[in-house]
Design a protein around this ligand. Sequence first.
Ligand SMILES: CC(=O)N[C@H]1[C@@H](OP(=O)(O)OP(=O)(O)OC[C@H]2O[C@@H](n3ccc(=O)[nH]c3=O)[C@H](O)[C@@H]2O)O[C@H](CO)[C@@H](O)[C@@H]1O
Ligand SMILES: C=C(OP(=O)(O)O)C(=O)O
Length: 419
Amino acid sequence: MDRIRIRGGRTLKGNIAIGGAKNAALPLMATALLTDQGVTLTNAPALSDVVTMGALLAQHGLRVEHDKRGQRIRLEGEVTNFEAPYDLVRKMRASILVLGPLLARYRQARVSLPGGCAIGTRPVDLHLKGLEAMGAKIDLEAGYIDASAPDGLKGAKILFPQVSVGATENLLMAATLARGTTTLVNAAREPEICDLATCLVSMGAQIEGIGSDRLVIEGVDSLQGTTHPILPDRIEAGTFACAAAITGGEVLLEGVRLEIFGACAANLREAGVELVQEDAGLRVARVDGLRGVDAVTEPFPGFATDMQAQFMALMSVAEGAAMITETIFENRFMHVPELTRMGARINAHGSSAIVRGVSRLTGAPVMATDLRASVSLIIAGLAAQGDTVVNRVYHLDRGYERVDEKLAGVGADIQRLRE
Ligand SMILES: CC(=O)N[C@H]1[C@@H](OP(=O)(O)OP(=O)(O)OC[C@H]2O[C@@H](n3ccc(=O)[nH]c3=O)[C@H](O)[C@@H]2O)O[C@H](CO)[C@@H](O)[C@@H]1O
Ligand SMILES: C=C(OP(=O)(O)O)C(=O)O
């Protein structure tokens, strides 16, 4: 399995091209199940999760074509197999996003239950309850969700007791082809959900309230094909912002607008990171020292849980202390023991961690069991004295496109060790 070696101490400087968002690409690919006319996505990121979603849709019966650079994906065809098998779903939880579209258009679906993952138990009860409210019959059997709606889905008013990105996306897609009006209350409003809704509207869906926590969808009989550019990845951008800041560098994150950072922008600024919007993208620089700043993860526009590990790495070398509280997932501090092995002073207790900044981290062999924890170790490695080797790189490849090449392009001493 590949590893990544980082020799710390280089200051990052230059431009970084930011790819399309993983968390937008995956639901957007699932929209191809809603039409017989095909969907073309541009600005697609070259990620293993995108490949997995392509394989899932292909085994359902769609033709999935990537151009040479993988930036343009064409998805087209009719579904011939209604089952999303365990072997693919266990690799990627976002596979659950085929459930709503399959039920809405074909009135049947059998999808493996995703199960938990390293960061938490991650149930899908909100997806299932919402679909039941829309008239679906759902049975759980042998690890699978057996769902049917012989008379088609019908509109319903669904109040989410908790904000869920995936449940909002699944029900939004399902509602586009349901009979009547669906209202989603306390819906997630991440930029990726706005991107999905905008794409659905371009396919002929009737959706009001895009960008708010109340979405009203009037079902239509059919949807047409479309071509849609995937929005830039705010988490990739935020990750590189932390990487540049920890080295005292300056980078231009190409094509990125500050708004998609949500509350993370305020935390970064308070910590001493300059963020300046330019026509070509977002300029990130750190001139003075870093200051410890607290952060509490929340649904958008709050501080993103997907940025928590990277921000913690940054805070590990800040002056003073930072209290970091994770409210979305119950087990998202796996980076703490590894950062500690690199010399960070962090005490985690329950859902909070106190980070007391140190003047220097030291390189070490490290390993993490999820995507953002892994990248936080790269960020720490950039500022550490000596070599850091990050093992289990396949987590990184799920969500970062050529992370080693992009960082090397702005001056990092980083290398992928292929095995
Ligand atoms: C592919 C994708 O877009 N992944 C993102 C998505 O994941 P995902 O869509 O899985 O995350 P959710 O927003 O659904 O999860 C938020 C919280 O709600 C809970 N929950 C969710 C659904 C449900 O039916 N029942 C339930 O209890 C989850 O366990 C979690 O504690 O949003 C997360 C929160 O911003 C991000 O970290 C992930 O990167
Ligand atoms: C948790 C993440 O992704 P997923 O929901 O695909 O596991 C993430 O992108 O940080």
